[in-house]
Design a protein around this ligand. Sequence first.
Ligand code: HEM
Length: 447
Amino acid sequence: PIHPGLPFVGNTLEIARDPLAMFGRLFQRYDRIVKINIGGRNQYLVFRPEDAKHVLQENHRNYGRSPAFLILKRFLGEGLLTSDGDFWRQQRRLAQPAFHRQKIALLGETMVQESAAWIDELAQHDLTTPVNTSQAFMDVTMRIVCKTLFSTDVTGSDALDGLSNALDTLNRLANDSLLSPIKWPQHWPTPRNIRFRQARERVDKLIYSLIADRQRTGERHDDLLDMLMYAEDEENGRMSEQQLRDECVTLFTAGHETTAVSMAWTTYLLARHPDVLARLRAEVDATLGPYAPGTLPSIAAFRAMPYTLQVVQEGLRLYPPAWAMSRMALGEDQIGPFRIPKGDTVLVSPYLLHRDPAHWPDPDRFDPDRFLPEQEKERPAYAYLPFGGGPRLCIGNQFALLEMQILLALLVQRFDFQPANTRLVRPKPLITLRPNRPIELHLTARP
Ligand code: HEM
């Protein structure tokens, strides 16, 4: 089926108005797949987990990055998220060991320290005013990603602060220009292009000098940059400085907003479901015990809290930060009734798949028990894909899950929280699935 559109613009206006509502309507109206036209390009939205699996995993060699990624390249270069083909494969091989379970546990120590320090700061705040969680989680996840990337022992140093500020500016400008309806050519001296170039130069200068310092002194650190710097491939050796720069900027970008947005949604859900919050708290209290200043729980403790993980998973189901993924067909393919011509794009939407009543009874209900092992067995693979799937599965998925478990557990250990108002918050699909208004919570310190 082809979704009817307007002359010249196809379905562009309809999707621009409200992409999630449009996806919902298409899901109701068509059976397995539908062809739409956005910005003059044919795109095929798939509705079934097996078709998502086909595109992302079984026939992944037939698909590459879609043109949407070209804009991101300006910012991220040829990092893991934006690169393709043999170059991507080699980078992924080099970077993969840095995300091994044991390495994540090591980085987890940093996550615990940073999260605990952030919670101490929260506790100092005037708790009579509500906390803007969207902003607060962005701050802490940025601290965590900077520390785990660039080192654990430069606390408060100008270098790290300067770098995180510069990266943040670059990230904001890249987001702005991605979302801007008018795309001026990059080389035009528009104010945004000039600011973007300056921010990029600053980020590059800081990252290159960090790399040069390490190379000069030979100093070793337990961080991602070190793991990437010394990763070696028999054929191609180590990453060049440019590759290291691109991977650092990519990990910074891919690794903090997603987690921050998801934490904001999860606390929003918890504040509205006191029964779930009470169960979560019981598990946290039984495992971590009461808060004791100056002592930090071990990673093993966080990994021994299954209900906390279920809460995180259910938050990611209802509000998957990566709400849609796109792939361009490098050669012809067949999905259901459609022949997908070379050059067209296939869209996979975790948001849609996560709310399909065929696999998720009463899909809008927040119910972490859906992730009990016996329930999980019932569902097809790819009915749940907050981290994508196949060879391009999010490299940071274990990192993100552990980080969210830590943040959530430490937060409920210290605070009770209630919604600051009764206003409904709706998802706003930008690059990530953000809340359409700040999510505010009232925190009260637990006795
Ligand atoms: C890729 C989601 C956290 C680094 C992806 C993809 C998804 C995703 C869906 C696949 C995109 C595609 O196939 O087109 C998420 C979510 C996160 C999260 C929901 C948090 C809740 C992180 C973290 C890091 C990270 C913490 C790094 C520290 C990456 C990278 C890729 C990626 C480098 C590209 C992988 C490749 O193509 O080889 N992420 N991510 N992500 N993610 Fe994440």
